[in-house]
Design a protein around this ligand. Structure first.
Ligand code: FES
Length: 122
C-alpha cells in the first residue's frame, strides 16, 4: 500500500509579516485552519505537522513530498489569506505524476514562493 503524498506544515513558524511570534504560532494556526478545512473532504494528500523546516525567515513554511515525487519547500504562506490556495496546490501536487506542478497551474499567490525542490528518492 502506498501512502498519500504529504503536506507538511511547520507549526513553529512565525509569519514573515508578523512583528513578533504569536501564541499559538502562526504556523500552528495555519496547520489548525488547514486541518479544519480538510476535515470534511477526502483529499489526495495527508496533512502532517513539522517542527522547523529551516526556513524560519520566510515563514510560514510548508513542504510537499511523496513517493516518487519531487519534494518542494514553500515559504511566506499567509495563514489568513492562502488556505484555499495551499489546499489547491497540495491537491495538484498529489494528483501529479512526479510532483511537478507547472508554474501556470499553481495558485497565483504561491507561484513565487518556492524556496527549494528536492529530487525524488526513486
Ligand atoms: S520555525 Fe518554521 S521553518 Fe523554522
Amino acid at each position: 500500500m502506498t501512502s498519500k503524498p504529504r503536506l507538511n506544515i511547520c507549526i513553529t513558524c512565525t509569519a514573515s509579516t508578523a512583528d513578533a511570534p504569536s501564541d499559538p504560532r502562526d504556523g500552528k494556526q495555519l496547520f489548525d485552519r488547514m486541518a479544519a478545512l480538510c476535515a470534511d473532504h477526502d483529499l489526495p494528500f495527508d496533512l502532517h505537522p513539522a517542527e522547523c523546516l529551516t526556513n524560519c525567515k520566510s515563514g510560514c513554511s510548508v513542504a510537499l513530498n511523496g513517493a516518487g515525487k519531487w519534494g518542494y519547500v514553500y515559504g511566506n504562506v499567509d495563514p489568513d489569506t492562502m488556505l484555499d490556495d495551499l489546499r489547491d496546490l497540495a491537491t495538484r501536487y498529489a494528483d501529479s505524476e512526479n510532483g511537478i506542478v507547472a508554474w501556470r497551474e499553481r495558485p497565483e499567490t504561491l507561484r513565487r514562493n518556492v524556496i527549494a525542490r528536492i529530487p525524488p528518492l526513486d
